[in-house]
Design a protein around this ligand. Structure first.
Ligand SMILES: [Zn+2]
Length: 337
């Protein structure tokens, strides 16, 4: 677990949702200046689950805004829906990995196995993935090491950073080869899950977030899921129209942003960096979130779950953790409801 991750409340008081993100957003460090990616717009889609009748609702959106969409497919959920992935590939969508099992393990071996299994799945479809988005935005150094060893180039994990510029995490005193690309970490499905019915208000929150990210000189990268909620495509349509046609942001997918950052921004010398006067500013609380105090009992339960790396999705014979953790995990699966 990233000890710097915290549950935070986002949105105005009458429209608030929760997400676990890094303790501090990248913009909060006040050390970065405006860069080439400060005026780009990108939509990261995490395809967690497959709903046969709902997924097609997204095709018009993907087709219309192809230049700025990256889909991170969860391989396990789409293993029986390969034509869907191939259709997105044919549309020209940037396709990347959202792991095989929808989980980030504490240990290196579990992550390596999970990342490799997804990578092979996509390779069999003729897709070479170089980008990763961590399930639940969870981050730890073992995830980074596994991604490095599987040849990945970038990852986007909001428990590591959000609302900031790309960076390379430090692992045991060295810079990781994986570039972390932070995003605005509030998915619109959260509002629907919380029971908010006014989709115009939800779309307005995103438009305000876009204005705020632009004011702060941040790249505008928002994220959403393909889900069972039929309201989402029209919310996204309204938000993307605002970002690209009203605010005239430049459409780029996540892989484009990786390429822009590594070929231009990261290679600037000191004088070039110092010549930029506009700094990255801290977004207001409605967008960067306010830490939430969790009840002690809840905290203790979460810590215990964290200790045994609790999850139900991995088949027992595919668990790669050590024997003790594996036994505890399998026992907990029987006890915890
Ligand atoms: Zn996910």
């Amino acid at each position: 677990m990233n000890k710097n991750a915290l549950k935070k409340k986002f949105g105005p008081a009458s429209l608030s949702v929760f997400e676990t993100v890094a303790k501090k957003s990248g913009a909060g460090y006040g050390v970065h200046t405006k860069s080439e990616i400060s005026n780009v717009f990108s939509l990261r889609i995490d395809a967690d689950e497959y709903y046969e009748d709902k997924f097609p609702l997204y095709y018009p959106l993907f087709g219309k805004y192809i230049d700025c969409v990256s889909i991170f497919f969860n391989a396990y959920s789409f293993k029986n829906a390969v034509p869907i992935i191939l259709k997105c590939k044919d549309l020209g969508v940037d396709i990347q990995s959202h792991a095989y099992y929808h989980y980030v393990y504490n240990d290196y071996a579990g992550n390596r196995y999970n990342i490799n299994k997804a990578k092979k799945f996509f390779e069999d479809l003729g897709i070479n993935t170089i980008g990763f988005a961590a399930p639940m935005g969870k981050w730890n150094p073992n995830l980074m090491r596994a991604l490095e060893d599987e040849g990945y180039k970038y990852s986007s994990d909001f428990s590591y950073d959000y609302l900031g510029l790309p960076s390379r995490p430090v692992l045991s005193g060295r810079a990781c080869s994986i570039l972390e690309i932070p995003i605005f970490p509030v998915a619109p499905e959260l509002f629907i899950q919380e029971g908010y019915k006014d989709t115009k208000r939800v779309a307005q929150y995103y438009k305000d977030a876009i204005d705020e990210m632009m004011r702060c000189n941040l790249p505008v990268i928002i994220y959403a899921h393909t889900s069972k909620y039929t309201e989402i495509p029209s919310i996204l349509e309204e938000v993307l129209d605002y970002a690209l046609n009203v605010k005239k942001l430049i459409p780029k997918n996540m892989t484009d942003i990786y390429n822009m950052w590594t070929s231009i921004a990261e290679n600037k010398n000191k004088a070039e960096k110092e010549s930029v006067k506009d700094t990255i500013k801290q977004p207001s609380e409605m967008f960067r979130g306010v830490p939430v105090k969790e009840p002690l009992l809840r905290k203790a339960k979460d810590l215990a779950k964290e200790f045994i790396d609790f999850e139900r999705i991995t088949p027992p014979d595919e668990l790669r953790c050590n024997f003790v953790v594996k036994m505890l995990k399998l026992l907990a699966r029987k006890i915890i409801r």
